[in-house]
Design a protein around this ligand. Structure first.
Ligand code: AMO
Length: 433
């Protein structure tokens, strides 16, 4: 339906016949002159109609146009220094393909601001705005860069079930569903399945996956349906091997984002690409927080306030936007986490980015006896995990992995709230659209 996107129409095409299709962004009627700004994926182009020059049926079609209708225009390119980008289209044919009703639920030209709820309720139209669509273009670029990185590092893309029979990340955050005559749940993560893959010889797997979490949080960093890059790798020495992969992956994602100049220009954002990622012990994090007036008792996980404060400290004192917190107390990590220094610590880590946890992971227990003991320690019933434990009975290599929240990466790269970087967020209050 088109020969060119608007962005491809340059003064160099002067005199050439083109066909363009898109939405009516603006209409300006100056009497003898009528301007229509057409918007498509490539940007904007001005269509200039003149009484006495433009065919009458095109002039009357413009009189009947409504903003945001979909049109197709055939015409010729005219170089004109007064037009935006020095070029406009002289229309010969204008066809209204889909007429937009009015009034519009949102102002795509952004002369009138809308609150986030109104925007999300009309997301299809919100994303017509070039800055909002840039967020999702950037997100797509980051995901492609992630896939490329993982493939180059010998990871195999897999898909694990999203309808599951037992919890992997604790029992309170599950969405129960009815599965014929049995109880089932939406998967909180691929954890148990990606670990079972380590007993198959595939060695390195990843999944770009949805996490379903029935958390009651109502924050700018939590959703009930989140997206993550989840990976697992076998034959590791310890958690350090896993962090090396995560470090390089995250730096590759941020580097990719920083190369999306067009999108960043539209969004008026600049991205700093760190060279490396600091690694600090959990105990040292508590010390740093204490020095800055926040007393977090040993054994507790960082709350939102501590995470934010740590982000500020890391930036101010170490110049680091990204940092690993390593060796958390074993008691606050899931049952599959490898103990470290007896049973006090664990071979686990979280990755912080400007005060928000964007990933967590570690080395897992690969010894069946220890794993069964840890399951019982959490008051979980080993019988419910038999399908998983079986994979540890016939040869399981040492392994580890991580889950990297894509929504969190995006919100921190662009300094936005999590709802702004997800197409159709699911939270406590939102189930449609
Ligand atoms: P965890 O529960 O820490 O670990 O999740 C990993 C990462 O996923 C993102 N995330 C979320 N993002 C938005 N809203 C949520 N409700 C939400 N929950 C999680 C975060 C978080 O760091 N199985 C382990 C990972 C592993 O060890 O491999 C897990 O799920 O960025």
């Amino acid at each position: 339906m088109r020969s060119h996107y608007s962005g491809e129409i340059t003064p160099g095409l002067d005199g050439k016949s083109v066909t363009i299709s898109g939405w009516v962004h603006e209409i300006r009627d100056m009497g003898k002159l009528k301007f229509v700004i057409l918007r498509d994926r490539g940007g904007f182009i001005q269509i200039t109609a003149k009484k006495g020059v433009t065919p009458d049926e095109v002039l009357s079609a413009i009189d009947d146009l409504s903003k945001e209708s979909v049109i197709r225009v055939e015409g010729s390119v005219i170089r004109n220094d007064k037009a935006p980008k020095g070029v406009e289209i002289k229309p010969e044919k204008l066809e209204v393909i889909s007429k937009a009703a009015s009034p519009l639920p949102l102002d795509v030209t952004q002369k009138v601001d809308a609150d986030l709820d109104t925007r999300l309720n009309n997301r299809f139209m919100d994303i017509r705005k070039p800055d909002i669509s840039s967020i999702f273009r950037l997100r797509g670029e980051i995901l492609s860069a992630g896939r490329k990185f993982l493939k180059e590092n010998n990871f195999i893309e897999i898909h694990t079930p999203k309808i599951i029979a037992s919890a992997s990340e604790g029992g309170t955050e599950l969405f129960p569903i009815s599965y014929f005559d049995r109880e089932a749940f939406l998967a909180q993560s691929p954890q148990l399945y990606k670990q079972m893959m380590m007993a198959t010889g595939l060695d390195r797997v990843y999944e770009i996956t949805t996490y379903f979490r029935a958390e009651e949080h109502d924050t700018r960093r939590h959703l009930n349906e989140a997206t993550a890059i989840d990976m697992e790798m076998a034959f590791i020495k310890d958690d350090g091997d896993v962090m090396d992969v995560l470090e390089n992956l995250v730096l590759a994602l941020i580097k990719k984002a920083s190369s999306c100049e067009n999108e960043l220009d539209i969004l008026k954002k600049k991205i700093n690409v760190p060279e490396r990622i600091e690694r600090i012990e959990y105990d040292d994090v508590l010390k740093l927080l204490r020095e800055h007036g926040k007393k977090l008792p040993w054994g507790e996980d960082l709350d939102t306030e501590s995470e934010k404060l740590l982000g500020k400290i890391m930036l101010k004192e170490f110049g680091s936007e990204l940092y690993f917190i390593v060796h958390f107390p074993l008691a606050i990590k899931p049952f599959y986490t490898m103990p470290f220094k007896g049973e006090k610590y664990s071979r686990s880590f979280d990755l912080g980015y400007k005060g928000v946890e964007i990933a967590s992971g570690g080395q897992r227990i690969h010894d069946l006896e220890l794993l069964s003991k840890r399951i019982k320690h959490f008051n979980l019933n080993p019988d419910n995990f038999e399908f998983y434990l079986k994979a540890f009975r016939y040869g399981m290599p040492p392994h580890g992995g991580f889950g990297l929240g894509i929504d969190r990466v995006m919100m921190q790269i662009l300094d936005l709230s999590i709802r702004e970087v997800v197409l159709f967020p699911r939270d406590r209050h939102r189930l449609t659209p």
